[in-house]
Write a protein that binds this ligand. Structure first.
Ligand SMILES: Cc1ncc(COP(=O)(O)O)c(C=O)c1O
Length: 369
């Protein structure tokens, strides 16, 4: 096969595709000379709330802040425990630690999402919330998780950072729990020009508190009712996100098409692709395979011009920062085994069928299939 380049991500191509509309967004916001909490932010919030199926969306400057504020606004802090998963980006655990609570992990299922069957054993009198992660844009098993939460009177804060465009039994991610945190980081499907994020909730009081907290607790210019932070979604990014929300479906559809083609072409066995269940509509922020001899495969692909990434090689309980939590190797065997095997293949919306086919062929060749 003739060598071709297959980049893992191509944000420059995205810019080329959207250039005139993005520049029009810049022009609209910059020309009016107002950049903070303008109507672009509230318009985006309304549109995103409708898309997600929540009563409120509050625009913030990252998914991490959205997680922290969702916990804080529900009164979760010192002495509380939050049940979560060791398979995620570090910010999931970080947000729990930053509000003063203790992360308590439960292992994952084969699809890398929280195993609801393991949650009840992790509940203690200090448990206050469950924080499932919709990893890669596959919604965790929310029917089971919500039932456990109801039975034990626990809150559910969804880490929906990777969830825009993902559905479970026809319902959009982030609309199941008491609140959800979304990221608009440049590598997400709905992405800002830099950092951005938002929180969704149906609870008027939680939305009101987070709206205050994101802007120093200022009720008006001269009245501070609580001490908050500066975590406002920029007007410029709100305008960009409004535009990109209209294109989200096409981005997700193109990614889904590439994943489908991979499923057809890659001979599974030594490399596995977790199946998409009939009730799932995954948004594929990442396309993660589980591969034997993962590091060798990664090098083999790199030599052939294919970029792939290990997302992630270390389970959250085994990071240095987690030492104080008291976990060790072997505590979450499914997650740990996956961390040795996970490899994300390029699947972004700008890839051609030839690039996907070339990558799949290289994978098959590596395994001698
Ligand atoms: C699962 C998960 N949680 C939290 C975050 C944090 O989001 P942000 O980078 O917007 O702070 C991310 C994204 O990077 C993520 O993928």
């Amino acid at each position: 096969m003739t060598a071709i380049k297959v980049p893992f991500i191509d944000l420059k191509q995205r810019y080329e595709e959207e250039k005139s509309e993005l520049l029009a967004c810049v022009e609209r916001v910059v020309s009016q000379g107002h950049f903070v909490l303008t109507q672009e932010v509230s318009e985006f919030e309304e549109q995103a709330a409708k898309y997600v199926g929540a009563k409120h969306v509050v625009g913030l400057n990252s998914g991490t802040d959205a997680l922290m504020m969702a916990l804080w606004a529900h009164g979760i802090g010192k002495g509380d425990e939050v049940i979560t998963t060791p398979v995620s980006f570090v910010a999931t655990t970080g947000s729990i630690v930053h509000v003063g609570a203790k992360p308590v992990y439960v292992d994952v299922r084969d699809d890398q999402n929280m195993d609801p069957g393991k949650v009840e054993a992790a509940i203690t009198p200090r448990s206050k919330a469950i924080m499932p992660v919709h990893w890669t844009g596959r919604i965790a098993d929310m029917n089971a998780i919500m039932e456990i939460a109801r039975n034990h009177k626990l809150l559910v804060i969804e880490d929906a950072a990777q969830t825009m465009g993902a559905y479970y039994h026809g319902k959009h991610g982030g609309s199941f729990g008491h609140a959800a945190a979304f990221s608009a980081h440049p590598l997400k499907n709905l992405n800002a020009l830099g950092d951005g994020g938002f929180m969704s909730t149906n609870d008027d009081e939680v939305a009101r508190k987070v709206r205050l907290y994101r802007t120093h607790g200022l009720e008006s210019r001269d009245s501070c009712v609580l001490y908050g932070v500066n975590s406002r979604l920029d007007s410029l990014n709100a305008e960009v996100l409004k535009y990109r929300l209209g294109r989200l479906k096409s981005i997700v559809d193109r990614r889904r098409k590439n994943v489908e083609l991979y499923r057809k072409l890659i001979k599974q066995g030594p490399i596995r692709i977790p199946a998409e269940q009939p009730h799932e509509h995954n948004s594929y922020v990442m396309f993660i395979t589980q591969a034997d001899a993962r590091d060798k495969l990664k090098n083999y692909l790199a030599q052939r011009g294919v970029e792939s990434l290990v997302y992630y090689g270390t389970a959250l309980h085994l990071h240095k920062a987690a030492e104080k939590l008291g976990y060790g190797k072997g505590d979450f065997p499914v997650a740990e085994r996956q961390c040795d095997r996970v490899l994300a293949l390029p699947h972004h919306q700008h890839l051609t069928e030839d690039q996907v086919a070339y990558t799949a062929e290289a994978v098959n060749k590596f395994y001698g299939a």
